[in-house]
Design a protein around this ligand. Sequence first.
Ligand code: SF4
Length: 322
Amino acid sequence: MRPTGRLHLGHLLGTLRTWRDLQATHECFFFVADWHALTTDYDRTEGLAANVVEMVTDWLASGIDPARATIFVQSSVPQHAELHLLLSMITPLGWLERVPTYKETQQQLVDRDLSTYGFLGYPVLQAADILMYRAAKVPVGADQVPHVELTREIARRFNHVFGAVFPEPQALLAPSPRIPGLDGRKMSKSYNNAVFLSDSAADVKAKLSRMMTDPRRARRRDPGDPDDCPAYTLHRIYCTPEELDYTARGCRTAEIGCLECKLIMIARAEAELGPIRERRAVFAARPDDVRDVIAQGTRRAQTIAEETMATVRTLVGLGGWS
Ligand code: SF4
């Protein structure tokens, strides 16, 4: 995950819940992709270090457990850069130019300088991130599947040229619901429409109470349709079947108002967010503990990365000079 700072409900429901489940069944590596942040924002690095701590604080508060998963920061494991360089030697330019997000992101982020070597090559860096740990599976959203496919192609080519070292990883398509923000657009810090994991209970309630609903319910007596209501996406995630029946019927018949409807969902959401907020406050008061977690995980990642690179260097015919 790129170091974006404080995380929000979209991150929790779209990613962190999956990570939490995976760490119970798999050996997991979760890392802060700070070099990846540079591929689009190389001239906006002022908040990077603070964002790393904020974000890992949210991970820990959400139940990512350093006793079960390795948590580290990419740039503190320089072997990723070395493997990126070696993989870049065997990756044809055409493979990178064909990656769907390459052109899409250039079209979307018109205010950034994306005509760089680093931006074109970031899927190779991703491949290095994955192959370094000889990962079997990579939890991704649908838009990232081509990157995992590219990683497989790069692994295949490396194994063919130098010798079999890398398993070909599979995409692990986790359910990743699109979480709408308060204005109905995708929840995003940059849209200013997010409910943060660090928000107080009062703020969560106030924000979700004014979340966009079906515009047909302009007046209390106007019936609406939950299928056209952004807030109801959260009902579907949080509410019981009985609550869903009650609110959907109440919406369609105008027997309940939007606030009553939302308060049912807010109570359920708060049951998850409350304990996260409490844990977050504990970690936020002890940032050195968070730094220790990162340092320990980073050391573990470095050890594994060095093992991989020792094999890779031998296969490629490098090293052994010092
Ligand atoms: Fe949405 Fe509920 Fe209002 Fe219907 S009653 S528009 S489902 S908030």
